[in-house]
Design a protein around this ligand. Structure first.
Ligand SMILES: Nc1nc2c(c(=O)[nH]1)N[C@H]1C(S)=C(S)[C@@H](COP(=O)(O)O)O[C@H]1N2
Ligand SMILES: [Mo]
Length: 372
């Protein structure tokens, strides 16, 4: 269905829009299974509500039943074991605020274009996630905590064209106190679309590691070598010439996230009246904290610091805002640039890579300011 989507800012954009049960209107990239992008006009609250949270799934969505659900643990552990949902609910529950972002968010901004879902700015959301610590579950199972890898599989299974979605990540991150086996998002049980009943919460890391519908944890000496670890979700160690492939031997697994910001209160090519306004956006920095967002309304000639929302937590985004009164009608190029606690900031040009991952250039929208 091609429809006109009216953003909160009043812009009419030709976009495919869908409303599926449990969601407000979302931008559709695929159906069966649905890949849904959040319109940026919803990013005006620190917590992204469940009914506008973006959805990414590679395979038909599994339906997991509470009664038959088992989390199987195997590999380097004392003895293989299975946990029921109630066993996980009995463990101490922790809540962590964290931003979940698809590795390919804003892929649609890369030039030359790359194949894959052409996400713009909406494959991201910020939520409070609740569940037991992964480390508590590993200890309960008598896992060998010296083993270097944890491999994680969900109830979705491979098709002829798309292999099973399996990920591995280092024991060090598995044992981090913020790494959870999530049962809830924003205080509610995970919806089917977001991994009911159990998903991995890997604060500070890209969405690929946040495996949904988790049914198996395997403690291993080596990482899994399936498609979604190799060659999938890898980034060139050295930047490649845009438009050319990377050498497979020079691709590395993505761990963590760069610093990023987006402008969310106005859209590119929007028309706005010549009067005082508040420019708003979001900024996040993986395992670091956002310390500063600078905004330019004159294409980068001059910059001014934006105000940051009071929440200053690792793993969670910050909202930013800045007052702006356009001095006259005309076309304005607005930019936002975040800096983080490690001193990283956003480049003018994102590192082009064949799969279009980790886009993090200084954000840029052009607006036409119209005489009243
Ligand atoms: N089992 C399983 N888990 C998965 C995926 C998947 O296809 N299957 N997609 C991953 C990717 S690429 C992303 S970006 C996030 C998206 O989570 P969301 O749909 O809850 O927003 O889930 C991750 N977990
Ligand atoms: Mo993703």
């Amino acid at each position: 269905m091609l429809a006109y989507f009216a953003s909160a800012a009043g812009l009419l954009q030709a976009q495919k829009v869908v409303t599926i049960p449990g969601k407000r209107p979302m931008l559709l990239h695929n159906d069966r299974p649905e890949d849904l992008e959040t319109p940026t006009s919803y990013f005006d609250t620190w917590i992204t509500p469940n009914d506008v949270f973006f959805v990414r799934q590679h395979l038909p969505r599994p339906r997991v039943m509470v009664e038959s659900f088992r989390l199987a643990l195997d590999g380097r552990i004392e003895k293989p074991m299975e946990l029921r949902l109630a066993d996980l609910q009995k463990l101490p529950q922790h809540t962590v605020a964290a931003t979940l972002e698809c590795t390919g968010n804003a892929r649609g901004l890369f030039r030359p274009r790359v194949p894959g879902i052409q996400w713009m700015r909406g494959a991201i959301g910020n939520a409070e996630w609740t569940g037991p610590r992964l480390s508590d579950v590993l200890k309960l199972a008598g896992a060998d905590l010296e083993a270097p890898w944890v491999t994680i599989n969900g109830a979705d299974s491979g098709l002829i064209k798309t292999p099973d979605f399996i990920r591995s990540f280092p024991m060090k991150k598995a044992l981090h106190p913020a790494t959870l086996l999530g049962l809830k998002i924003n205080g509610k049980p995970l919806p089917d679309l977001h991994g009911f009943p159990l998903r991995l919460i890997v604060p500070g890391w890209d969405g690929t590691s946040w495996v949904k519908w988790v049914t198996n944890l395997s403690i291993a000496a080596e990482p899994n070598n399936g498609f979604f670890m190799n060659p999938g979700y890898r980034f060139p160690k050295y930047a490649v010439t845009p438009g050319t492939p990377a050498k497979p031997s020079e691709l590395e697994v993505i761990e963590g996230m760069p610093v990023k910001s987006f402008i969310t209160s106005v859209s590119d090519q929007e028309r706005i009246p010549v009067k005082a306004t508040v420019l708003r956006g979001i900024a996040w920095a993986g395992e670091e904290r956002v310390t500063k967002v600078d905004v330019s309304t004159d294409a980068g000639r001059t910059w001014e610091p934006a105000q940051l929302s009071r929440q200053d937590l690792p793993f969670a985004w910050r909202l930013w805002s800045i007052n702006w009164t356009p001095p006259h009608p005309g076309y304005f190029t607005i930019l936002s640039r975040a800096t983080d606690s490690a001193g990283r900031n956003q480049p003018v040009v994102a590192t082009w890579n064949p799969s279009g991952y980790l886009y993090n250039a200084i954000d840029r929208v052009g607006v036409t300011v119209e005489a009243a």
